[in-house]
Write a protein that binds this ligand. Structure first.
Ligand code: TK8
Length: 337
């Protein structure tokens, strides 16, 4: 009797140990090359670092993230191709640069889609954001979370842009994306698509006169050194998206995938807070660096806004009327309408 009980206790104990081991074995040593475009000392760099720490912690040091910034692994578009081919594991970059791969991503390029970051969070983290993200899977990418790049503002070296006509003929670098090209042509600028990794030099050598990016990036990429005028336009909210090579992701165990997903969510929450805190004081910082900053009058802001609505039909046709309508409904709901 006693012996039998001991045997049962032992076998239960053994099963528990074996179970624990089996679980631990679902995480293998992995090296994750994680590329991004901005400097290490930027909101993108800081959140990548946090992601790396979380992955290492949750995997007991087995999964290691090698974070490689400043586009050292290539521009957004080049890294996306490396992920699809399986030559690189992970990256973070703009949704706007993914439009050539997944046309639905262009929905986020709709001018003035969101009025504030809270609306963006609700829609991006909700069913519409997930649906658009899931489209990547057919193309060899897995989207994990959206980070905040932020509301974009205009800088240039020619003149203070106080009204629509001031944009006439300004050579403006835009992302490699048709909605951005159309938007700025519509506003009268000479839109020049270029990868972000070439932007500082293009500004410095005056290949282009201006660019548009969130305050955070204007600061961390030191655009204030080569740009004099900043106009607060907030013309569009840009998300970043953390993506994984699907080829590689499909080789991971469920446990390994969970480690990455959990760390991605933590990095997203950290990144949004960090970005917003930095943006809140960025205008004062940029003024301190010598930039001349102006706000558009409400009347001029409205003129710009109205002009830009002419690109909406093209976006709707590209992403599909259903997604367009679903997004508008999700925004209205986020607004409490
Ligand atoms: C960084 C880019 C950047 C984007 C741009 O790789 O290209 O202007 O705003 O954040 O994705």
């Amino acid at each position: 009797m006693k012996l039998k009980q001991l045997a049962i206790t032992l076998s239960v104990a053994l099963a528990t140990v074996a179970g624990g081991l089996a679980h631990a074995q679902d995480i293998k040593p992995r090296l994750i090359r994680f590329g991004y475009g901005l400097n290490e000392d930027s909101n993108q760099g800081r959140a990548t670092k946090l992601f790396a720490q979380e992955v290492e912690k949750a995997s007991g040091g087995k999964m290691k993230v090698r974070a490689i910034g400043a586009a050292a692994l290539g521009s957004d578009v080049q890294m996306q191709q490396a992920l699809i081919g399986g030559a690189q594991e992970m990256m973070v970059g703009s949704t706007a640069t993914l439009v050539g791969i997944t046309k639905e991503m262009a929905i986020w390029d709709t001018p003035f889609l969101f009025n504030n970051a809270q609306e963006a969070d609700v829609v991006l983290d909700g069913p519409v954001g997930q649906k658009v993200m899931d489209k990547l899977q057919d193309k060899g990418l897995v989207g994990l979370v959206y980070w905040e790049n932020g509301f974009r503002n205009l800088t240039n070296n020619k003149r203070a842009v106080a009204k629509l006509e001031d944009l006439d003929g300004i050579k403006l670098r835009v992302m490699q994306n048709n909605v951005f090209i159309d938007s700025f042509k519509t506003l009268g600028a000479n839109a020049v698509p270029l990868p972000f990794s070439e932007l500082f030099t293009a500004l410095e050598t005056k290949t282009v006169d201006g660019q548009e990016n969130p305050y955070n990036t204007i600061l961390s990429s030191k655009f204030y050194e080569v740009q004099k005028y900043l106009t607060v336009t907030n013309h569009v909210y840009s998300p970043w998206i953390v993506t994984v090579s699907k080829k590689w992701w499909d080789q991971l165990s469920k446990d390994e995938q969970k480690v990455l997903m959990d760390a991605a969510v933590k990095s997203r929450d950290f990144e949004r807070k960090d970005t917003r805190a930095e943006a809140d004081k960025a205008l004062a910082d940029l003024k301190g660096k010598g930039m001349q900053i102006n706000q558009l009058s409400p009347a001029e802001a409205n003129r710009m806004r109205e002009k830009l609505t002419s690109v909406n039909a093209g976006i709707a046709a590209n992403v599909g009327e259903d997604l367009w309508k679903e997004t508008q409904a999700a925004v209205a709901k986020a607004r409490g309408g």
